[in-house]
Design a protein around this ligand. Structure first.
Ligand code: PAF
Length: 282
């Protein structure tokens, strides 16, 4: 595996495979890799001969009071895990390489970004879409793989790619969970044992709603009510939203159907966690 930290060096490393007509897959990450990220690399391998994983903690997608400086980082550990998992190129640029000089252009999404994560984290998706656009232009992948856990991000990236004609195929891979159901996330490292136990209520809630749907309950108000009842069993967990929404606009639905998304965001202690399930699926 090659570790590259400069844009020009990455472009020249990819010139030869591109000349040979080999497909290139990109797995964008912010590092501190866990099994969830590594399964994105596995998925990428199913679509391309060359797998590039980026590791970049993107300052633009963090709000002023968020965890940019304390976000966990471990480039050495990441390199070992990525190499063992068969990643071909690890692209880990420093901030100055990605954001050189004054910033005069960003990629800002429209209304889809105003709700849920966008409402809780103003400017977050501008940061995400700007860095993802840059990575797409730098790597020029055939396919890019993102995790379902960040469902609104994945939805916006699909729109970005379609509406700005990036010509990159977007694959969204299922959320990888710990044995007890907690969705894998680099931010789980912040949780104390007690908070981690409490955080399991997120998946219990999603599962409860999904099971009720599988059992024939389609009324979204009833499903949401059931969700709030489960959430009430862990009063220490501060819920930001519980949303039952359609998969393209992420707007609340009255009647749930196959493919409807149930998304949740909540704080366990000071750690903000998100998770979701797709009804009738994962
Ligand atoms: O999902 C993430 O880790 C980040 O938002 C991404 C897509 C790597 C952009 O910084």
């Amino acid at each position: 595996m090659r570790i590259i930290d400069r844009i020009a060096a990455l472009r020249s490393a990819l010139a030869e495979p591109r000349r040979r007509g080999q497909a290139v897959a990109l797995v964008p990450t912010m590092g501190y890799l866990h099994e969830g990220h590594l399964q994105l690399a596995d998925e990428a391998r199913r679509h391309a001969a060359v797998v590039v994983m980026s590791v970049f903690v993107n300052p633009m997608q963090f709000g002023p009071h968020e965890d940019y400086t304390r976000y966990p980082r471990d480039l050495e550990g990441d390199a070992m895990k990525a190499e063992r998992r068969g990643v071909d190129v690890l692209f880990a640029p420093p901030v100055e390489e990605m954001y050189a000089g004054d910033r005069t252009v960003v990629v800002t999404p429209l209304s889809l970004a105003d709700r849920w994560e966008g409402a809780a984290r103003p400017g977050h998706f501008t940061g995400v879409l700007t860095i993802v656009s840059k990575l797409f232009n730098i790597v020029q992948p055939t396919v890019a793989v993102f995790g379902q856990k960040d469902i609104q991000q994945a939805t916006l990236i699909r729109s970005l790619t379609r509406e700005l004609d990036f010509g990159v195929r977007i694959v969204v891979a299922p959320t990888v969970r710990e044995r007890d159901g907690l969705a894998m996330s680099s931010r789980n490292a912040y949780l104390s044992n007690e908070e981690r136990k409490r955080a399991l209520v997120l998946y219990r809630t999603l599962r409860g709603i999904a099971d009720a749907f599988d059992g024939g309950q389609y009324d979204a108000v009833e499903l949401e009510q059931l969700g709030w009842e489960i959430l009430a069993t862990e009063p220490e967990v501060q819920v930001d939203y519980l949303a039952i929404v359609d998969p393209t606009r992420l707007e609340p639905v009255a009647v749930a159907e196959q493919g409807t998304i149930v998304a949740i965001a909540a704080r366990a202690g000071t750690t903000r966690l998100i998770d979701n399930v797709i009804l009738g699926g994962t």
